[in-house]
Design a protein around this ligand. Structure first.
Ligand SMILES: [Zn+2]
Length: 357
């Protein structure tokens, strides 16, 4: 869904309110009566409650529509409306939740396939050793171990490419939703800016879907190795696989049960890992695009880092420093989120036109 159609949906009153509103039709009729300025105020308000509060009750939403009908039209974003704007990794938009589920299922399937492949490739090495213990020495030589590592590595290429292609769309959906959330928070009106933000969110998703598996796309769309990928899940997998294979080869009488144990301990093909990656990547797509919308809008000046209340001090992350050292210029926010499962938020502190005054 594009940002334009997304906002058009919000204007029609079938928005991002999740399943909480049971009388959407009545609400949308209420909204049709509103002028544009008020409509945005109401949707932004309901949106804030839905996404940033627990739930929107029909009665509350109706009261808001009535309040907005009685109020004067809102001409533009005011400091009062936007300063409450928050970017919170723990508050997923519906598109992000869907993206997470899609990614999670796809990653689980791929991880299972990768696990089976490594097993198939390593079995001959282990069987040989097992069957011919006297020759075990031969198979413990470095050349065989390297060969096994290379074979395993190469066998996973197709899986990584598949993951890159399959994660593109869900990441794009979460990114575009995050960008739309940013546009709504600021009540952006300029269609050029909205389009630019939309394009940037899409470009980000294309890049990230390849980068997360250590690749990038060429101009013709072909996937090639990325010399410098950030947070590539393939790097972790490769490193852990290599040391697991080393461990296997270090045992003269190793069998496939040993390999199962190595893989279990490495945790690289677990369902839990698939879930963690899906959650982290979809959430980051949303919040980074939301932040990007703030940056591109040129309406936001200062942003502060709000430290999550349930932060684990043992984690050794940068979050406490990040919270202390703010507020930041919107273009100068530290790496956000700082780590997987980080529940710290970004809070809009000052608008650019407030600075000028
Ligand atoms: Zn944190």
């Amino acid at each position: 869904m594009t940002l334009e159609s997304y906002i058009a949906k919000v204007r029609k009153g079938f928005p991002i309110m999740g399943g909480q509103l049971t009388k959407k039709k009545e609400l949308s009729e209420g909204m049709v009566m509103l002028d544009k300025g008020n409509l945005r105020a109401v949707t932004a308000e309901a949106y804030n409650q839905d996404v940033f509060g627990a739930e929107v009750k029909w009665a509350d939403a109706q009261a808001q529509v009535e309040k907005a009908l009685a109020a004067k039209p809102v001409a533009k974003a005011s400091a009062h409306d936007t300063r409450r704007a928050v970017i919170h990794p723990g508050r997923s938009l519906p598109q992000t939740v869907t993206a997470k589920h899609t990614l999670e299922k796809m990653l689980r399937d791929e991880f299972h396939s990768m696990r089976r492949k490594t097993r198939r490739i390593l079995a001959p090495y282990v069987l040989k050793k097992y069957e011919l213990p006297k020759l075990a020495e031969v198979f413990r030589k470095g050349a065989d171990e390297d060969e096994a590592k290379k074979k395993v590595d190469k066998s996973l290429d197709d899986n990584w490419k598949f993951i890159a292609d399959q994660s593109w769309e869900p990441l794009e959906s979460a990114a575009v939703a995050g960008a739309a959330a940013g546009a709504l928070q600021l009540q952006l009106e300029d269609e050029d800016v909205i389009q630019k933000i939309n394009k940037q969110a899409q470009a980000w998703a294309e890049k990230r879907s390849a980068e997360m598996v250590g690749m990038r796309r060429t101009d013709t769309g072909r996937l090639v190795q990325n010399p410098n990928p950030k947070w590539a899940i393939s790097d972790t997998t490769r490193d852990k696989l290599r040391s697991a294979i080393s461990n296997l080869f270090a045992k003269p009488d190793a069998n496939m049960l040993d390999w199962e144990k190595e893989i279990e301990d490495a945790g690289i093909f677990d369902d839990q890992r698939a879930t963690m990656i899906a959650r982290t990547e979809s959430s980051r797509a949303q919040v980074l695009s939301n932040l990007m919308a703030w940056q591109e809008s040129e309406m936001v000046s200062k942003v502060s880092w709000s430290l999550s209340a349930d932060h684990d001090p043992a984690l050794n992350c940068n979050c406490e420093d990040n919270a202390d050292e703010g507020p930041y210029d919107v273009d100068d926010v530290p790496e956000f989120p700082d780590h997987p499962n980080c529940m710290c938020a970004l809070v809009l502190e000052t608008l650019s036109d407030e600075e000028a005054e």
